[in-house]
Design a binder for this molecule. Structure first.
Ligand SMILES: [Zn+2]
Length: 129
């Protein structure tokens, strides 16, 4: 059973555990895709400038496109911390991340000037508790 961010009540309370990590598996937001992006407890909640995600052409379904308030992200410091992730275009110093199975994206980005900066938008995902 998975839940989308939008259908959740108090998502920030439910999705973040006492250590500031993800309390649920983070999956691709596409309805029928079961690709796991991050395992439970693998990433830390951080705040970032969400405007980077507004730049590229998005393949996300129209109803999951969100306003420019994507400021909460799951952060990992190493590509190997992802369970699955795909890379799409790079624009400037921003390399966009997509679903490894269905290519849906962008769901997050990697800042190529910082080898430890990989983030997935908390809203562009669904969750399995
Ligand atoms: Zn997918």
């Amino acid at each position: 059973m998975t839940e989308s961010y939008k259908s959740m009540e108090n998502p920030l309370e439910r999705l973040v555990n006492e250590s500031g990590k993800n309390s649920a598996d983070v999956l691709c937001p596409k309805e029928n895709c079961k690709c796991i992006i991050l395992r439970k407890n693998a990433a830390t909640l951080v705040e970032r400038d969400g405007s980077k995600l507004a730049l590229p052409e998005s393949s996300l379904p129209a109803n999951s496109l969100l306003e420019d308030d994507d400021t909460h992200f799951w952060h990992v410091g190493n590509m190997m911390d992802f369970e699955n992730v795909g890379f799409s275009t790079t624009i400037g110093t921003t390399k966009y991340l997509s679903c490894a199975d269905c290519d849906l994206g962008p769901i997050g980005y990697h800042d190529t000037t910082d080898p430890k900066e990989f983030v997935i938008s908390i809203k562009r995902a669904k969750y399995r508790f």
